[in-house]
Write a protein that binds this ligand. Sequence first.
Ligand SMILES: CC(C)(COP(=O)(O)OP(=O)(O)OC[C@H]1O[C@@H](n2cnc3c(N)ncnc32)[C@H](O)[C@@H]1OP(=O)(O)O)[C@@H](O)C(=O)NCCC(=O)NCCS
Length: 186
Amino acid sequence: MKRHQITIKQMQTTQLNEVMAIDAACYRVPWPKTVYEAELACISNRCYLVAYLQSQQPQSNNTLGTIVGHGGVSFEADAAHITTLTVAPQWRGHGVGIRLFLALAVAARKHKESLMLEVGADNPTAQSLYRRFGLAPVGIRRGYYAKMGLSDIGLSPDAVVMRADNIQEPDYASRLAKIALELEHT
Ligand SMILES: CC(C)(COP(=O)(O)OP(=O)(O)OC[C@H]1O[C@@H](n2cnc3c(N)ncnc32)[C@H](O)[C@@H]1OP(=O)(O)O)[C@@H](O)C(=O)NCCC(=O)NCCS
């Protein structure tokens, strides 16, 4: 495969059409634009990022290349809560998701002591990614996706709650630095 450079940037409202096109390819019930707009308006307690992929061949009309994934985190009372992490199907397995999650984890530890999320009980790919960042299962939310109107997509309706505590401690900084270093060599 041709080598591509992945760049992570803050999400802008002007990028929502590209972001939502990825969601449309991934989710039966994607977030409406109003949800993204509301999230992006809360800049003091949210962080939304996009991943650009730039091939060595310069793009003619977009110096940053194509948006291939995005993710978000909300800084809530007890923890930083990952709200979304999505990579376009054709770009999965190329290190986009891990780079997005690394940037979200870096943002999370600036604000909160803990990082948590819900993930599909039948989503081993995402669960394995989160384990790499020290998140461990702490519970099951039965019917979580069904309650969100997502029970008709053939996935498990249950979510696993995963959580990492003490993310402001030096040990967690070391974990993130190790992942960043590994990514530099891939
Ligand atoms: C989960 C998701 C974001 C991962 O993004 P990605 O760009 O494909 O992931 P990466 O290439 O960065 O790989 C990161 C890790 O994920 C795991 N992974 C990625 N692709 C995998 C695959 N096909 N099979 C198994 N594990 C896989 C691996 O642990 C990998 O780490 P490694 O470097 O040790 O192999 C992506 O699969 C996705 O968008 N899925 C649909 C939406 C979703 O489920 N989001 C999570 C909601 S909680």
